[in-house]
Design a protein around this ligand. Structure first.
Ligand SMILES: [Zn+2]
Length: 253
């Protein structure tokens, strides 16, 4: 297995723009993570193409997002960041420091601060381009990744693990067990929400737990040539968000 050092960060300055009145779009949220990731290599993505978005969403959902050109541009840029992150992960670990988040966006619906499903778009593109056959998606956000489930579950080429937190210790051992039971995938993608943090809405996980989670994902990826990536989803306790993202990435790298 190839050993890589560091995780490449996919980021666009426009992710700092405030495009909505929701906690994911809050001013200062993205800046807090950028600040904590000093020393990492950043690369800049392009917006997703129309075909990439329509590979997982219905035209009526896309049209509803287009009612605001600004939101549509931001959601397309986040999806483009996700695509770039997934493609980088074929050769090196990568993190999409993107927003708006995506895991609550299904084929025909969206909500929960999400517009397009970044993870589904990224994984679908890798599969359609035959760069991978099968993906393992792990959702560690506090909330159920209903959009990802809607789009990707029930397919033979996707294993979707949605983690539910019922206490710290349990969480890590459950994740470890679930990962051990998952087999035959070519890449691991993490929907990385940080809202299960002890000072965030979920009131559970500590900063070092994110390091442990990152490490478990890295271990799981040894069975797929180290191919692993993560995309930012939730996480609203801005004072510690950057610290938690960094802890996760230090475990993942
Ligand atoms: Zn969440």
């Amino acid at each position: 297995m190839v050993e890589w050092v560091g995780v490449k960060i996919v980021f666009h300055e426009k992710y700092k723009l405030v495009y909505a009145y929701d906690p994911a779009a809050k001013a200062g949220r993205i800046e807090s993570i950028v600040e904590a990731l000093e020393g990492y290599e950043f690369v800049t993505p392009e917006p997703a193409a129309a075909d990439d978005i329509s590979s997982v969403h219905s035209q009526s959902l896309i049209d509803s997002v287009k009612r605001s050109q600004f939101v549509f541009e931001m959601a397309s840029l986040a999806a483009g960041g996700a695509i770039m992150t997934g493609e980088l992960a074929l050769n090196e670990p990568a993190f999409g420091l993107i927003r708006p988040p995506g895991h609550h966006a299904g084929r025909h619906f969206n909500g929960g601060f999400c517009f397009f499903n970044n993870m589904a778009i990224a994984v679908q593109k890798l599969i359609l381009e035959k760069k991978i056959d099968k993906a393992l998606i792990v959702d560690i956000d506090l909330h159920y990744g209903n959009g990802t489930d809607d789009i990707l579950s029930g397919r033979g080429d996707i294993v979707f693990l949605n983690m539910v937190c019922q206490g710290r210790q349990d969480y890590l051992s459950q994740l470890q067990e679930s990962l051990a039971l998952s087999k035959g995938y070519d890449i691991v993608g993490v929907s990385a929400g940080f809202d299960t943090y002890e000072k965030d809405w979920g009131r559970s996980l500590k900063t070092e737990d994110y390091h442990a989670i990152g490490n478990l994902i890295k271990e799981a990826a040894t069975s797929c040539r180290g191919r692993r990536f993560a995309l930012l989803e939730g996480g609203y306790y801005i004072a510690d968000l950057g610290k938690n993202v960094r802890s996760f990435l230090e475990g993942l790298e």
